[in-house]
Design a protein around this ligand. Structure first.
Ligand SMILES: [Zn+2]
Length: 338
């Protein structure tokens, strides 16, 4: 492939606590390449930039391009962030504080870089090109180790006055409930995320309830989403019960959001939804509908996210294009076609 005549290539980067994903995206929003590296999280900022650049070089090479053809880049990162300055304020997972990752990458790449929250960029890709593309009012919830989300109202992603809005995982749905990682109690995340599911499975195993997951937790100290999916497939009663409980509490949170916002659609993504599939989303929808008085006709669509692991770097690339090269975008925004 030869893109010498096409200056419109954008780079997307998804920086996670365990892995870095990067890809080159063209003006139509097509993914031309993907690359992956482990995040050297214990080694701090400079090592992370080095690993990102290795991943970037591989993705650019795979796309048949060179770095000087990249017009701009987007980075999705755990936060909290100062998005305007491109600075990660702190991240326990990445072992950094006040790290100016945007300016540093911009210098090495030789192009402008936009930095935004990892969950928001994933939601943005689903909104523009994934499961939310037919709608202008959408709630996105991503359920994995934690729960993140974002909200699009009238075609605009809500950032709020603090630019940190969308923390639907930290809505309190059980006052005085289990302690959450954020310091509060009874958040949706503390009731429904993978960490909560594992904690309750361990508790059930300690009580002597039989589960195939007890040995896995003891051996590895944690569970992967696919371990849960395997146990559900094997009709492990403890796993089935806890997955259903997670879907129920996420549904309570979603039902609350439906009542407040009245969206056209709710899109559920993240490792848990990806591994457990439509069965999980069906349970979330059922739970949400029991309290969604703002949806008497049950017309609000609740569906699974469609972009999987591509969502993060793709959304970062789309944001970068719209920030720095908006006239080049050729993908259909709000398209109802597939
Ligand atoms: Zn919380």
């Amino acid at each position: 492939m030869n893109f010498r005549w096409d200056p419109a290539l954008i780079l997307g980067i998804d920086l996670g606590g365990t892995k870095i994903l990067a890809g080159v995206v063209d003006r139509e929003g097509r993914i031309l390449s993907r690359a992956k590296r482990s995040t050297p999280a214990a080694q701090g900022g400079p090592a992370i930039v080095t690993a990102i650049m290795e991943c970037v070089r591989e993705s650019v090479q795979t796309a048949g391009a060179s770095l000087d053809q990249i017009a701009a880049a987007g980075l999705g990162s755990p936060g909290p962030l100062d998005a305007d300055a491109g600075v990660i304020l702190w991240s326990a997972n990445l072992n950094v504080r006040d790290f100016p990752i945007g300016p540093e990458l911009s210098q090495v790449l030789g192009c402008p870089v936009v930095v935004d929250n990892d969950v928001r960029v994933g939601g943005y890709a689903e909104y523009r090109l994934g499961a939310g593309r037919e709608y202008k009012n959408v709630v996105f919830a991503f359920v994995g180790t934690g729960i993140g989300g974002c909200v699009v109202v009238d075609g605009v992603m809500v950032a709020g006055a603090t630019r940190n809005a969308g923390e639907l995982g930290h809505m309190v749905i059980k006052a005085g409930g289990p302690r959450c990682g954020c310091g509060s109690r009874g958040c949706v995340e503390a009731m429904a995320a993978k960490t909560a599911i594992c904690r309750r499975i361990e508790k059930a195993a300690r009580k002597g309830l039989p589960t195939m997951l007890a040995e896995r937790i003891a051996r590895k100290g944690r569970l992967k989403s696919r371990d849960l999916a395997e146990a559900v497939m094997a009709k492990d009663l403890v796993a089935l019960n806890e997955v259903q409980r997670s879907a129920h509490y996420l549904g309570v949170g979603i039902g609350n959001l439906i009542n407040v916002l009245g969206p056209e659609a709710v899109v559920i993504g993240g490792g848990i939804a990806q591994a457990l599939g439509d069965h999980y989303v069906d349970m979330v929808r059922t739970s949400a509908r029991t309290i969604a008085i703002a949806d008497p006709g049950e017309t609000i669509v609740v569906r699974r996210a469609s972009l999987g692991d591509d969502a993060g770097f793709l959304g970062a690339a789309l944001l970068a294009r719209e920030r720095f090269r908006p006239s080049e975008a050729r993908y259909e925004i709000h398209s109802t076609s597939t």
